[in-house]
Design a binder for this molecule. Structure first.
Ligand code: GLC
Ligand code: GLC
Length: 815
């Protein structure tokens, strides 16, 4: 069953009924001001940091869910009835409803009794504000006399404090209302130099800023007293709960439309110019007023929207493909690319599943996000790499995450995840291949954000490498530490305390025994990347050492990390195998099969094929590939969080979508395009659209997990949007199945596509040159030959064209 459809030409997903299985959300904002918005207007906004600068309030895990948002109430003043054109929060019947989620904007339109309200929400580029463009149209045969009420609930900046510290917060709320603009200034009197504002383009009939006066006692957002009676209370908050609501009265002739614009924004004043007059406590509004005036003007608002559109044209234009498969086309051309940008911007902070207060930017996560994002905005990728590297520890380890506002590492979600440092090498390598900007390696970057500790970025990579070599266990495999990629494989924690966090609990074991074959694979892969970097810098000796380290690790894996038919997962703190046929549960794990083969292990001698066949036989389901099997049926104290989940969920044998593309890539490396693509389609959200009642999450973006076959909810997705799944699927389909990948020497084109495909076309912009690529299948295999501008060339790589070349054509034959 579907709840909408893809409008590919407009790059929109159109939701046709409001009661989707879960809120289907979208993101507003591109640089510093962001928001999430659901298909019923739910969500919130923040400046830079979803925890520390939350502008509007949202109630996570409320009933009904998705409560708090950017709401408009429409009241028919003659009939005395009211509704929400976004359906929530009133949830009355609408005669027509659509929600169009597009690139950085959402348009929701609702009709009731002949009155249509169309609302476009977006954040202009380079501004710290959002625009709600509302157009109300009277489709009735008689004049309509309407009241419009806007509604936003202000958050008191620190979202964690806001949700917990009522003894203080019910006393601090302050607002100003001046020239019909509502200013939210809680804590502005003291250490904050920022405030929020909410403005409306029409003269007001009234306003409210005190929640209780707007709602009336013991009422909810579905039934506010002010809207019911059609008159604002003109309330001014002192303490309690600041909100913003405007009341606009309009009369529309039959067929007439009216546009009303609302602007919600964030603004900072210099510390010594906060007040006007200076000795008062009133906000100095001199610099914000022109901004407000500008965007209340419809022509300016439209122009800002057009600029946003152009921005996305340019970003998505870096790679466009035309394959025989519509699900592939729309994910690659639009939605997967878009999700990569969103994950880059948000890391794992704010979604319907991430509250914005728990996690900042993850070291491992953000480095992986780069893989799918770097071609879209290399300059921003560069900045991110340097920020991440600055949170690296002196010993090469890493803070597991940092807060985007302060850019400082914190231990809130633990540290000592021994895979972390290797991801920095992969992130940097992807950046270098895309841009050829070798200067980044010489950038001085501090450790632990400590001024004075700066070393060139290249030195950071070297320390990443050494970090693993200095932490090898009894078999010569990397020690796992707190965990590796699998945050929940906690082999040194032995937690017995209810509710204790596996990420921050003290280690019970000294950590010198438990080893990870996953890190071994990752280390080999990263060491080869580092070797290539060293080589390109002319450091042949160093390059040889890195290659040697990779080879040595591979030898160790074959000695101690191969189970006979597949790669083992780990050794526990007693030196026992995990992920072996000798185990009772958890006999085979997906992660080492993927990553070891990505590192090249077994590709030439049949063992990669063997491992992948085992994956196919034991882990593949119609909904995707399971993380491990058999699922853990009970809690094992020596395995940690993985066994805390009921079988079939999360790390305990769900389809952890992040890992599936590793298998797709591995399949292409041994030439099995049909199987790679088959796996790709199983989790491609667009391909799952027709089972939306089962899948439940948005059909336009990947979710982190799909429930595994050990639970009755098999096939149900959870935790959509902010997941490494976005970047890795993008890499798998574009770089390995379609086979278009940046290298140091030029653009490599080596597709491993399904045998039934006659070919495909692609346009890729790479280092200032547009590559027009036409792939034709002429035989059943994967042998590739290239012609550059009509002339045959040797190998798979189109060499970097000479200076001044703007465009080339590449004909690719696959046989
Ligand atoms: C989550 C984390 C990621 C981790 C994965 C597996 O997606 O964000 O860092 O690798 O879970 O545990
Ligand atoms: C939990 C989740 C895991 C996530 C981790 C991050 O363990 O199960 O997916 O990566 O938290 O801290």
């Amino acid at each position: 069953m579907r709840f909408g459809y893809f409008d590919d030409d407009h790059r929109e997903y159109v939701i046709t009924r409001p009661d989707t299985p879960l809120p289907w959300i979208n993101y507003l904002g591109s640089q510093t001001y962001f928001g999430i918005i659901s298909n019923t207007g739910g969500g919130y906004s923040f400046y830079r940091d979803a925890r520390l600068r939350r502008i509007s309030r949202y109630r996570y895990n409320n009933v009904p869910f998705d409560y708090g948002g950017r709401y408009i109430y429409i009241r028919d003043n003659r009939a005395g009835c009211f509704w929400s054109p976004t359906w929530q929060p009133v949830r009355g019947t609408l005669d027509a409803y659509t929600c169009r989620h597009g690139m950085g904007y959402t348009v929701i339109s609702g009709t009731r009794n002949g009155i249509t309200a169309w609302i476009r929400y977006f954040v202009p580029l380079d501004e710290t504000l959002e625009i709600w463009q509302l157009t109300v149209t009277n489709g009735r045969a008689e004049t309509a006399d309407l009241s419009l009420f806007s509604f936003i609930e202000f958050c008191l900046w620190d979202a964690w404090d806001d949700a917990t510290n009522y003894q203080r917060n019910f006393n601090t709320g302050e607002v100003e209302v001046e020239d019909d603009v509502i200013y939210h200034k809680t804590e502005y009197r003291e250490r904050r130099n920022h405030f929020a504002y909410f403005a409306c383009s029409e003269p007001l009939q009234g306003f409210d800023t005190q929640r209780e006066d707007f709602l009336g006692p013991y009422r909810g957002l579905d039934n506010p007293l002010v809207v019911e009676r059609g008159r604002s209370a003109n309330s001014i908050t002192t303490g309690w709960v600041p909100i913003g609501s405007h009341h606009v009265q309009i009369s529309l002739e039959p067929g007439e439309s009216r546009q009303v614009i609302f602007v919600l924004g964030y603004h900072e004043n210099p510390k010594d110019q906060k007040f006007d007059p200076p000795d008062s406590q009133r906000i100095n509004k001199q610099t914000v007023k022109p901004i407000i005036a500008r965007y209340l003007d419809p022509a300016q608002a439209n122009a800002a929207f057009d600029r946003l559109h152009t921005y996305w044209d340019e970003i998505l234009g870096v790679l466009q493909v035309e394959t025989p498969d519509p699900d592939t086309n729309r994910m690659v051309n639009v939605w997967n690319a878009y999700q990569c940008m969103v994950t880059f911007n948000m890391s794992r902070s704010a979604s319907f599943f991430e509250s914005g207060i728990g996690r900042g930017l993850g070291f491992r996560d953000s480095n992986q996000d780069l893989l799918g994002f770097v071609h879209q905005a290399p300059q921003r990728a560069r900045e991110r790499i340097l920020d991440l590297a600055a949170t690296q520890l002196q010993n090469g380890g890493a803070y597991h995450q940092y807060q985007p506002l302060t850019k400082r590492g914190n231990d809130a979600v633990g540290s000592g995840f021994n895979d972390d440092p290797q991801w920095l090498i992969l992130g940097v390598a992807a950046y270098l291949k895309e841009t050829g900007d070798w200067s980044i390696l010489d950038e001085p970057v501090p450790y632990e954000n400590e001024p004075g500790t700066e070393q060139p970025l290249y030195e950071h990579l070297q320390r990443s490498h050494r970090y693993t070599l200095e932490r090898l266990g009894p078999h010569g495999l990397p020690l796992i530490g707190r965990a590796d990629w699998n945050d929940c494989l906690n082999l040194n924690i032995f937690s017995e305390e209810p509710g204790e966090s596996f990420q921050t609990a003290p280690l019970k074991m000294d950590g010198t025994v438990a080893e990870s074959i996953f890190i071994a694979g990752l280390f080999s892969l990263a060491s080869k990347e580092l070797a290539a970097i060293a080589e390109a810098r002319g450091l042949a000796g160093e390059a040889a050492r890195y290659r040697q380290a990779a080879a040595q690790m591979e030898t160790t894996v074959w000695q101690h990390g191969w189970d006979g038919d597949w790669f083992l997962r780990a050794y526990d703190a007693f030196g026992h195998k995990i992920g072996s046929h000798t185990c009772q549960e958890g006999q085979i794990f997906i992660e080492p099969q993927g990553i070891c083969i990505l590192a090249g292990m077994g590709v030439d001698d049949g063992r990669a094929r063997q491992a992948l066949d085992a994956v196919h036989d034991r882990l593949a389901t119609e909904h995707g590939i399971l993380l491990q099997q058999p699922a853990y049926s009970r809690y094992y104290v020596h395995l940690g969080e993985i066994s805390s989940y009921p079988p079939g969920f999360k790390e305990n044998a769900s389809i952890f979508c992040h890992t599936n593309p590793w298998i797709m890539i591995a399949e292409t490396m041994i030439g099995r395009g049909d199987r790679a693509f088959d796996y790709y389609k199983r989790i491609n959200p667009s391909a799952r659209e027709s089972i939306s009642e089962l899948h439940r999450c948005e059909p336009y973006v990947y979710a982190q997990t799909i429930a595994g076959r050990d639970t009755p909810r098999h096939g149900e997705a959870k935790n959509s949007w902010l997941t490494g799944t976005a970047a890795w699927n993008y890499v798998a389909i574009t770089q390995w199945i379609l086979g278009i990948r940046p290298t140091y020497q030029g653009l490599e084109i080596a597709p491993v596509i399904p045998s039934t495909w006659p070919g495909f076309r692609a346009v890729r912009k790479f280092r200032g040159v547009t590559y027009r690529i036409e792939v034709r299948r002429q035989g059943p295999g994967n042998t590739v030959s290239l012609k550059l501008n009509g002339v045959p060339i040797h190998g798979h790589i189109v060499p970097l064209p000479s200076e001044g070349t703007r465009e080339v054509t590449v004909e690719v034959t696959v046989e």
